[in-house]
Ligand binder design. Structure first.
Ligand code: ADP
Ligand code: MG
Length: 548
């Protein structure tokens, strides 16, 4: 996600902070407090080497610069990017900042209070990697191939209400947020309501484990999968930079795969709107009250331009006060019929500060509007369900193709419930090999390192059922590579690890599958020294991939 419109998250969600990259104050996983979504650390907090570009002499054109140490011969990728001459780096950084400003690769500036509310006010370039990160072509193809299979799996899981309720039954007892989602799901089951038209706009996140060379899934996001818009722009930026500097750097812009996530997401939303078949109805984007990642969302407005579908943006509180459910299931907001509800909010407890927001969620769910995601899709994307699906023989319950099942299983990391005493013991002994995850989206909620051990020991001592709130996951260790990360106009030279997110869209009307496609990608890169989900300051940026 993503991190609050205040942040850049890894997440399913809209954050601008990539979860693990960010320092987070510890809060109870279950509190419904107004936790601030993680933000990038301030410059002061960033413990990384900084290349100041203020002194850049722009009059020095690239051709005049000497290609010094570390520049590879054209055609061969540079192994040590930190070997590139500083003068070149400064010039490329300058061009990247100009390009980002001119092309809408921007987010709200947290230094401007109005930047989360008003478009066009207080904008800053999005945090970006200066150059694309190397990624093996074979693993890229594998990730793309998995997309339609995961789409189908999630759709089928969403139809199995009993599986969702049973799998989350223990979690429900101890996690108030998941419990509320399950209550809505139960009400829908009681109504015997069928979602004939189902739309999923997903992002499956992976890390490439260095030791085993396995592409392993981090999580599957079914709600508010963010950065399709800005991710496409980073791809364009990197291609542009390599067109200008690639020859000197030994990098070929054609090795960066094209990224059409924005267009394909807009197309899926437009097709869903068409299926709803009410030419006067609008598409509604459910947003948070403040959204610093609003430009990523506004990029989907091609929906209006290309497809002539009118969109409105509403918060859950506004939907509660303006929403009306007609007896035939039509959902009206401010008197307008809504064909498609696209959630860029509603994934975190903080999105529901009062009963009004929960009322709005239920009302939409009860309506005939197409929800992206429906409550079932939302639940199917929880970490607990990810862990249940990884158990032996569970995929077989949903999919027939042995080949597809094998492909999915190959990308599953070790996933366990805390009921497994052997694994819990192992995690206490070697906590650095595990990540502990609550049922949360948006980043900054996971537990790492010694905190895993402490939390497990505490849970054992208390003997409560709170263990059901978490899953344990094998920690994945991707390769570390030298990189340049730009934030707030400052270029940081550091070593980083990356996470590849592959977008996908699924649209179905009864028996007819209208869309089941992979839709572009998002690379996120963070400093390898950051204590993920822990206390140390972190720093993550949007990136693209360079196929090797
Ligand atoms: P969220 O829903 O908050 O985004 P994730 O499961 O994606 O939760 O975890 C957040 C971040 O933590 C990821 O983006 C990744 O950087 C890191 N992370 C999660 N799981 C693992 C893992 N098993 N190994 C290593 N890093 C992980
Ligand atoms: Mg995530």
């Amino acid at each position: 996600m993503g991190v609050g419109h205040s942040s850049l998250s890894s997440c399913s969600v809209d954050s601008l902070c990539i979860t693990a990259f960010i320092a987070q104050p510890k809060t109870s996983s279950f509190s419904n407090s107004n936790r601030q979504k993680p933000l990038f650390p301030t410059k002061k907090q960033s413990p990384f080497a900084v290349l100041k570009i203020g002194t850049l002499n722009c009059a020095r054109v690239a051709g005049e610069m000497e290609i010094e140490k570390g520049i590879a011969a054209a055609g061969k990728p540079i192994v040590d990017r930190h070997g590139i001459d500083d003068g070149w780096i400064q010039k490329i950084v300058y061009d990247a900042l100009v390009w980002s400003s001119l092309h809408g690769l921007v987010v709200g500036d947290r230094n401007d209070q109005r930047s989360g509310k008003l478009p066009g006010v207080g904008m800053v370039h999005a945090p970006i990697a200066l150059l694309p990160t190397s990624f093996p072509e074979s693993h890229w193809k594998q990730a793309c191939e998995l997309a339609p299979i995961f789409n189908e799996l999630i759709d089928r899981v969403s139809l199995d209400g009993k599986f969702l309720q049973d799998s989350l039954a223990r979690t429900k007892k101890v996690d108030a947020f998941t419990s509320r989602l399950l209550d809505i799901h139960s009400k829908i089951l009681e109504m015997n309501k069928k979602e004939e038209i189902r739309l999923g706009l997903h992002r499956s996140d992976y890390m490439l484990d260095e030791k085993t060379k396995l592409l392993l899934q981090i999580e599957f996001n079914t709600i508010s999968s963010s950065f399709a818009g800005l991710g496409c722009l980073v791809t364009d930026l990197h291609r542009t930079l390599l067109n200008d500097y690639g020859e000197a750097l030994g990098l070929d812009s054609k090795r960066i795969p094209g990224n059409t996530a924005t267009g394909q997401f807009a197309e899926a939303l437009a097709k869903a709107w068409t299926e709803y078949n009410n030419p006067r109805a609008v598409a509604m984007i459910v947003v948070q009250t403040e959204e610093r990642n609003m430009y990523d969302q506004h990029w989907l407005c091609t929906l209006g331009i290309t497809y002539n579908v009118r969109t409105i943006r509403k918060t859950l509180a506004e939907i509660d006060s303006e929403g009306q459910l007609l007896p035939d299931g039509t959902f009206l907001v401010g008197g307008q019929a809504v064909a498609v509800v696209y959630f860029r909010a509603g994934y975190a407890p903080t999105d529901y500060p009062s009963e009004a927001e929960w009322r709005a969620r239920l009302l939409m769910e009860q309506s005939s509007a197409i929800k992206c995601p429906s409550i079932s899709y939302h639940l199917a994307g929880t970490k607990k369900i990810q862990q249940e699906l990884a158990k032996p023989n569970v995929l077989e319950r949903f999919l027939e193709s042995k080949e597809d099942i094998a492909k999915l299983r190959k990308c599953f990391a070790g996933l366990w419930s805390l009921v497994d005493a052997d694994i819990t013991k192992k995690a206490i002994e070697k906590p650095e090999l595990f990540v502990m995850k609550p049922q949360r989206e948006g980043g900054g909620n996971n537990i790492y390192g010694d905190d895993v051990k402490e939390t497990l020991l505490r849970l054992q001592k208390e003997g409560s059922e709170e263990d059901a709130a978490y899953i344990l996951m094998q920690r994945i260790f991707p390769a570390v590579s030298p990189t340049f990360l730009i934030r707030d106009g400052i270029c940081h030279k550091d070593h980083a690890i990356s996470e590849l997110g592959v977008y996908s869209a699924y649209l179905r009307n009864k028996e007819s599958v209208i869309m089941n496609d992979q839709c572009g990608y998002l690379m996120r890169t963070k400093v390898s020294s950051s204590n993920e989900g822990g206390v140390a300051a972190g720093f993550a940026v949007l990136d693209s991939i360079y196929l090797t």
